[in-house]
Write a protein that binds this ligand. Structure first.
Ligand code: SAH
Length: 380
């Protein structure tokens, strides 16, 4: 502001300036892309050529856009295809079928994605925030707090990067496509609603406007931010909703998922059930099994009762053996206790499947993603 010069030293204590990630094609709906291209003095149809390059051919080098006049290529690429993710490292396991990648964003923040190849599908687990503000005590990401929201394009670019790895044959099993995306990396997707919905649209818009994936193959996982769940219900998408419940009773859930103090078990289950009623999509309940904490028989029974109280056939449960985070006092349930927990739920008629722990050795499994230290360095 004129006349309000800061004294020397004052800036040192100022909050870091928040700079937005560079604008990218994947932040914009097709009409918005045409507007930007027009503003640059180019024909609007060039927007479609850029999209065909990025989403259709998974192109990286603007010079491969041979349908765009050479003079315009660099300018359009600079305006709409800035590089967003720099790989810091790849960690492979499962004979090259699982790959975790640590990415550096434009401002030095780091996030992780995990590509998992199965016989009939390829799943990309993506981050939606650098860090996470939900503070769940058993989750590695939660321990470092929230750095910032990711842009829609930063989210989408993780999937495009994974698709390129598959295209280039870097993942064991030969070339393939990404068939599934799960928002189960770092961050709480419903706390970054707008960017996440934008990303879902880009992933599922028909090629070449988007990646052309099936909405049914996209899973959005949430701690249970009820107003955002309600918004998602009204969005008209058929994505799969996963709810990280981890306890059927408020007393324990208040501790395991601190946001439960704001939206209680009954409210989040009601919101999840409404999602099913409106979309017809079966909801997934995630339940990390923690030894002697939440793995009791009575809790399995209470969960079964609470789910059945709201109806039949609307939900399935995904118990996940806890992946202990470094320094945690908690560990996974005994296999026998896990079996009993699953049996109890099935006895209530609830379809239940234990989540696999792909990527465990490379700290790429559920809840282990934690690329950032406060200094912004990559942890070993
Ligand atoms: N914030 C979202 C999505 C990210 S986590 C959410 O919480 O749903 C994806 C899943 O991994 C969530 O169900 C989360 O509770 C679970 N998870 C987190 N830490 C874990 C751990 N240490 N072991 C097993 N699962 C964990």
């Amino acid at each position: 502001m004129p006349g309000s010069a800061t004294r020397p030293g004052e800036l040192v204590f100022a909050a870091p300036r928040r700079v937005k990630p560079p604008r990218h094609l994947a932040d914009l709906a097709p009409a918005e892309r045409r507007d930007v291209v027009s503003e640059l003095g180019e024909k609007p149809f060039r927007a479609g050529q850029l999209a065909a390059h990025y989403f259709g051919r998974l192109g990286e080098d603007p010079d491969q856009m041979t349908d765009v006049p050479k003079a315009a290529r660099a300018r359009l690429a600079e305006a709409l295809l800035p590089p967003l993710l720099t790989p810091v490292r790849h960690l492979d396991c499962d004979g090259g079928r699982t790959r975790k990648t640590v990415w550096r964003l434009f401002d030095g923040a780091t996030v992780e994605s995990v590509l998992m190849r199965y016989p009939r599908r390829v799943t990309m687990c993506v981050s939606s925030q650098a860090g996470c503000g939900m503070n769940c005590p058993f989750c590695a990401t939660g321990q470092a707090g929230l750095t910032r929201n990711m842009s829609a394009a930063e989210i989408v670019d993780q999937v495009v990067a994974g698709a390129r790895m598959l295209q280039r044959g870097e993942i064991a099993g030969g070339p393939a496509r990404v068939s599934n995306v799960v928002f189960m990396g770092m961050g709480e997707p419903m706390a970054n609603y707008k960017a996440v919905i934008g990303a879902v649209r880009r992933l599922t818009d028909a090629a070449p406007d988007g990646l052309g994936m099936s909405q049914r193959n996209v899973t959005v996982s949430t701690v249970g931010l009820v107003p955002a769940m309600e918004k998602l219900t009204a969005e008209g998408l058929s994505v799969t909703l996963a709810l990280s419940l981890h306890a059927p009773d408020d007393e324990l859930r208040d501790e395991l998922v601190p946001v439960n103090t704001r939206w209680k078990v009954a409210e989040v289950l009601d919101a999840a059930h409404r999602y099913f009623e409106v979309t017809g999509r079966r909801v997934s309940i995630e339940y990390a099994l923690i030894r002697d904490i939440n793995d009791h028989r009575w809790r399995a029974d209470l969960l079964g009762t609470e789910l059945n109280r709201r109806g039949r056939g609307w939900v399935h449960v995904n118990p996940i053996p806890l992946n202990p985070t470094p320094g945690s006092k908690w560990t996974a349930s005994d296999p026998e206790v896990e079996r009993t927990f699953v049996e109890r739920l099935r006895a209530h008629g609830i379809p239940t499947t234990v989540r696999d722990t792909r990527g465990r050795e490379i700290d790429g499994a559920c809840g282990q993603l934690a690329a950032v230290t406060p200094a912004g360095e990559v942890t070993p």
